[in-house]
Design a protein around this ligand. Sequence first.
Ligand SMILES: [Mg+2]
Length: 331
Amino acid sequence: MQNEFNIIEHYFKRQEKQRSDVVIGIGDDGAVTQVQPEHQLVTVTDTLVEGVHFDQTTPARAVGHKCIAVNLSDLAAMGAEPCWISLALTLPDIDELWLNEFAAGLHEVCQYYGCTLIGGDTTRGPLTVTVTAQGQLPTGSALTRDGAKAGDWLYVSGPLGDAGLALDITQQRYPKASPHLQKLVERLHYPTPRVALGQSLRGVASACIDVSDGLLADLQHILSASGVGAEIELDRLPLSLAMTETLSQEDAFVKALTAGDDYELCFTVEESNRGRLETLTAHLKNRPICIGRIQKVASEPITFKLFGEEYTLSLPRSGYNHFANIEADPS
Ligand SMILES: [Mg+2]
């Protein structure tokens, strides 16, 4: 049995390949890392709480994966290269099986994206995972939320609403089982942070954010920060086959616009940079999809079109927040 003091050393200090810029890693009072010359440090933090962000049925491996992935998604939205991770873990008790699986999920993502866990802390209490991730980018190249201008094109990096649909199906909000359930649950439990795309967007995107709370809610952050509005062409929204086969067209649009947890990027690109975007993202498996355009701010910050015609979409509620997304009733 491990005590609280050596959990981090025992379960997490085992990375096969450490970054060479980690001068002092796990095991001292603090970690020391070397930032590249002419680069800036980007720091993000995200917390997952059992009962809020995941429940007891969520595999420990998924919790380990997701706590890193959601932070790398924030780094991607800033255009940063992910580098270093620290972990604050609050555990109700020491469950070795859970810890092994959690650590495996965490290490898998770290290894894949070339990040090193450099430190952490454990305490006893309700299951809570807080991760701080640090990345770096060339000085002055960070992607922000405040640069969108009227006329810029609006993009998303991939299908929207799948994670929310997975949650609805697992909570049995639909009468029949979906043949796509496994794929959808993968999207909910093992999100893919758009790390390569985020870095490609430096100097190309005028504004960027990751979609954690739902497209409308997150796009609204860009619109408020930039002082602009947006028009979304609903027929261009990327929807998975699982989505179109499970929901009606209208419900699929609402799900794609309001459900959280997809961790795709939403960004804007000036007309003159569209060619560069095409070239820079040509190598990516998932190419970004243009879903609309930024407009001058009007009475409605976000308007919709369907096949070129103005369209009024009845959205379930006016405010989009984390809790509304979980409770949103698709029927
Ligand atoms: Mg974010």
